[in-house]
Design a protein around this ligand. Structure first.
Ligand code: HBI
Ligand code: FE
Length: 290
């Protein structure tokens, strides 16, 4: 049996009963914005082999399940038989969309996370899971962050959305609405589905980097699929340690960019008086078959 999502993120950073995994001191090389040099020299042959095997298994199941933007950009990650140098990816990524990836020691707090995104810097954890965690790891590692997230940042519209999301995140943090806004990230950047002319496809990194969830999200009759609606998504709680029981579907990436154009302040006010919705629950009128 496959485990659930190959890489998932704790719902609310800081609420965990254990400290985040990763070395946050590194002899002083971690900066105030939580970025650090990619410690490439410390990868072992086993680490590179883990990456190679994860890449190979995951790449093989993309056709018909991953969106075109992801499949087309995947080769831009470069080498697939070892963990790439982030600098090499950045030469291509920066030319494509003006984004760059920066190494971080692991999960970072909400505000620095949002701030990096707002500056078109995507934090990528530099360590890789241990061989015994091959199928399942709770926190994002370099495979989830690189393979799952970075190809989508080559899409200009999606890349602009993520920057706008980061800028909105800084504001949400000030307004105490960080958790609500994080749900939008979860249901789009991590677990989003898109309708292509040839059918439903995944664009969310949590799906694309997971062994079993790709089939579950795109093909299974089990989960509910709802058209993406801002308030609906931000009211919906999520599980971090099982496959999702609901997904939100978009028609194109411009929809994400347009959705996040308005000031969310009145939206947070409206949300404050709405009850949360449990994962997998349908409201009256919803079919769950978007
Ligand atoms: N840190 N490294 C890292 N990666 C994430 O995806 C991440 C994070 N810190 C906070 C965070 N995500 C969440 O708050 C998001 O839901 C917005
Ligand atoms: Fe992620």
């Amino acid at each position: 049996m496959d485990s659930p999502a190959a890489a998932v993120i704790p719902a609310v950073y800081g609420a965990s009963d254990r400290p985040p995994r990763g070395d946050y001191s590194r002899g002083g090389s971690v900066q105030a914005d939580y970025t650090c040099p990619q410690d490439w020299a410390s990868y072992t042959a086993a680490d590179h082999d883990t990456y190679r095997r994860l890449y190979e298994r995951q790449a093989a199941q993309l056709p018909g399940l991953a969106c075109d933007a992801f499949i087309n950009a995947l080769p831009s990650l470069g080498v697939k038989d070892r963990i790439p140098h982030f600098d090499e990816i950045n030469e291509r990524l920066h030319k494509a969309t003006g984004w760059e990836i920066v190494a971080v020691p692991g999960l970072i707090p909400e505000l620095p996370f949002f701030t990096l995104l707002a500056n078109r810097k995507f934090p990528v954890t530099d360590w890789i899971r241990k061989p015994e965690e091959f199928n399942y790891i709770v926190e994002p590692d370099v495979f989830h962050d690189l393979f799952g997230h970075v190809p989508m940042l080559f899409d200009p519209t999606f890349a602009d959305y993520v920057q706008r999301y980061g800028a909105g995140g800084i504001k949400a943090h000030e307004l105490g609405a960080g958790e609500k806004l994080s749900r939008l990230y979860w249901y789009t950047v991590e677990f989003g589905l898109i309708r292509q002319p040839d059918g439903l496809r995944a664009y969310g990194a949590g799906i694309l980097s997971s062994v079993g969830e790709l089939q579950h999200a795109v093909l299974s009759n089990e989960p509910r699929r709802l058209p993406l609606d801002l308030l609906r998504a931000m009211r919906t709680r999520y599980k971090i340690d099982t496959y999702q029981s609901n997904y939100f579907v978009i028609e194109d990436f411009a929809q994400l960019f347009d959705l996040t154009a308005p000031d969310f302040t009145p939206i947070y006010e409206a949300l404050a008086v709405e009850a949360d919705i449990e994962p997998g629950v349908l409201l009256p009128g919803e079919t769950g078959k978007a």
